[in-house]
Design a protein around this ligand. Structure first.
Ligand code: 5GP
Length: 210
């Protein structure tokens, strides 16, 4: 079987709990690697440089675009966000399942560039819980929350472009479902063409000399 990691894109509305879900997945299983994005957004209280994001200036970000260092990038509510290419490629080669927690424009770029990527859209159990979570986490101003909810309206139009949806109701159950979706995808036939061809060739021997 192929031992290359599965590139997994996780998207979902702001406030849906993608971050918490991914943190729990990373804490529980050691076959995952999280891609750390570059962003021009300001650091929130409690965030650390290099943990979820590299916080850089607009000039530095645009430099990375020109040097072709980003696998994908997008502007989201006035800030740039992008995935450094090198880490992703190295980890996939090492057999790690690489998680990209990115929004829909980035997800589309990744799918175009790497059609084998597995894309998952995390949904709230209801629209109301989404608003409550976003307001309740208290990390953004009311203007930014309004912008992010407006953005959810646009993103909701693209959900069917994703391979799978995951409803994040109970956190522990959702972590298990996320792990199950990703691990099952390793067995997709298109990821295992060398193995299939090898067995096919070997099986052919049986009909030789008949
Ligand atoms: P936040 O500011 O809440 O951390 O992230 C805002 C949005 O940007 C989220 O939907 C998040 O998934 C997305 N995002 C984070 N990193 C990247 C990235 O590298 N590329 C893209 N396209 N989106 C990202």
């Amino acid at each position: 079987m192929n031992n290359r990691g599965v590139l997994t894109v996780v998207s979902g509305f702001s406030g849906v709990g993608k971050g918490t879900l991914i943190n729990k997945l990373l804490g529980k299983y050691d076959n995952y690697a999280l891609s750390v994005s570059a962003t021009t957004r300001g650091m929130r209280p409690g965030e650390q440089e290099g943990k979820r994001y590299f916080f850089i200036s607009v000039d530095e970000f645009e430099d990375k675009i020109h040097q072709n260092e980003l696998l994908e990038y997008a502007k989201y509510v006035d800030n740039y966000y992008g995935t450094p290419r090198k880490y992703v490629e190295e980890m996939l080669k090492n057999g790690k399942d690489v998680l990209l927690e990115i929004e829909i424009q980035g997800a589309r770029q990744v799918k175009k560039l790497m059609p084998e990527a597995l894309t998952i859209f995390v949904m709230p159990p209801s629209a109301l819980t989404l608003k409550e979570r976003l307001v309740g986490r208290n990390t953004e101003s009311s203007d930014v929350i309004r912008e992010r909810l407006k953005r959810a309206v646009v993103e909701s139009q693209g959900i069917e472009e994703y391979d799978c949806i995951l409803v994040n109701d109970d956190l522990d159950t959702s972590v298990e479902k996320l792990n199950a979706i990703i691990q099952a995808s390793h067995y997709q036939s298109f990821r295992n063409t060398s193995f299939i061809n090898k067995i096919r060739e070997d099986v052919n021997v049986f009909s030789e000399g008949e």
